[in-house]
Design a protein around this ligand. Structure first.
Ligand code: HEM
Length: 336
């Protein structure tokens, strides 16, 4: 009996000591956690990549994002969306930032993207301090993490060393970036093609807990009269709102209940048939995604933690490293 009690107290003390250690970086994974195969660290990226060449890189990005957020909190949604669009076409290589005729920036999918000027301003500051060193892909990745922190997402540690791509084609953005009309099967296939899974799809879509969409993106949902997937009052509100003005410029909150809080309200809205985009609402009604939607609706803290975790891996997808790509001098143009 005494041996059993000692064993129990040893276990209790171990849990008390080890749990905070496991949570220290914001991730509560068990000590023997092994990332799934698709989450192996990307070769060529390292935490201390700019340790000698640009030691204050993270500080410079963080201060700039903080200042921009204080002036306009909607920049957080802008940066998170920009980062996702970059990832969607050829991975995180800053191809979305290239400003040239026919580049991704000029795709229909990019019409409402924001944050380009902030990333360029950070680049200019970094070029002054550490010339030709920090890639635009790393700047966008770090700025998105810091913007997410500003809205209350858990911290996630980053590795650096991404290089910038030299290709950017608007046709590719229009082909690959999800626009809100896809089926769940299309979205699952798209995420899986990038090494992310169904849970990542549901969790990352939770970014739609902040930000706005244009009425043009909402129209497909309104045209179909399906009361079983659209709350009546919410549908009437959207029809009224989107009747005014032109569909491109009239904007609606993605989370109609708590539009500025990065919370799990997005999932609760789906349960109330109040998802703004058709693709969002479909995730409640599809057997592959429903249980994750319900889990995130129940577990607000788990959502924020899991969002950070999925974003961390999203930033490692299809990165160029080593002698691949380049470090651009300006984020808006490839080097000549
Ligand atoms: C899974 C499929 C997804 C679809 C179909 C989708 C679609 C859309 C659409 C149509 C808009 C509105 C664009 C407009 O009319 O202005 C939007 C906005 C937004 N999306 Fe997504 N998205 C998806 C996933 C994601 C992911 C994974 C993230 C981030 C991790 C994200 C972050 C955002 C943000 C923050 C906004 C608001 C932007 C702003 O306020 O400027 N989306 N998305």
């Amino acid at each position: 009996m005494r041996t059993a009690l000692s064993l129990l107290s040893f276990l209790a003390v171990s849990v008390l000591i080890l749990a905070p250690m496991a949570m220290a970086d914001g991730y509560s994974q068990p000590q023997d956690y092994q990332p799934p195969a698709y989450r192996k660290p990307a070769d060529g990226l390292a935490a201390g990549y700019y340790g000698e060449s640009c030691p204050d890189m993270e500080g410079i990005v963080q201060r700039a994002v903080k200042k921009a957020f204080a002036a306009d909190y909607t920049i957080a949604a802008g940066l998170i969306c920009l980062f996702f669009h970059d990832f969607a076409v050829g991975g995180c290589d800053a191809s979305i930032l290239i400003d040239a005729p026919g580049s991704e920036k000029y795709a229909a999918a990019s019409k409402t993207l924001r944050g380009f000027e902030l990333i360029e301003a950070i680049k200019t500051e970094l070029e002054a301090k550490c010339p030709k060193t920090v890639s635009c892909a790393d700047i966008l990745t770090a700025a998105t993490r810091d913007a997410s922190r500003e809205v209350g997402v858990s911290y996630w540690p980053l590795v650096y060393g991404r290089k910038d791509g030299r290709q950017s084609r608007k046709e590719a953005a229009d082909k690959y970036v999800p626009m809100g009309r896809e089926s769940v099967t299309d979205l699952v296939a798209f995420f899986e093609s990038k090494g992310l899974n169904v849970r990542d799809l549901v969790v990352l879509s939770g970014a739609h807990t902040i930000g706005k969409a244009s009425c043009a993106a909402v129209k497909p949902r309104l045209c179909k009269n399906k009361p079983e997937t659209l709350d009546g009052k919410y549908g009437d509100f959207l029809r009224r709102k989107c009747r005014r003005g032109d569909a491109e410029h009239e904007r609606v909150e993605l989370d109609g209940v708590t539009p500025t809080a990065f919370d799990n309200g997005y999932y609760k809205n789906l349960e109330r048939r109040m998802g703004l985009l058709e693709t969002d609402q479909k995730m409640l009604h599809d057997s592959r995604t429903r249980s994750f939607v319900q889990e995130m609706a129940r577990e607000p803290e788990e959502f924020k933690r899991q969002f950070a975790e999925s974003m961390r891996w999203l930033g490692n997808v299809q990165v160029l490293t080593g002698s691949e790509g380049e470090v651009r001098s300006k984020c808006s143009a490839v080097n000549y």
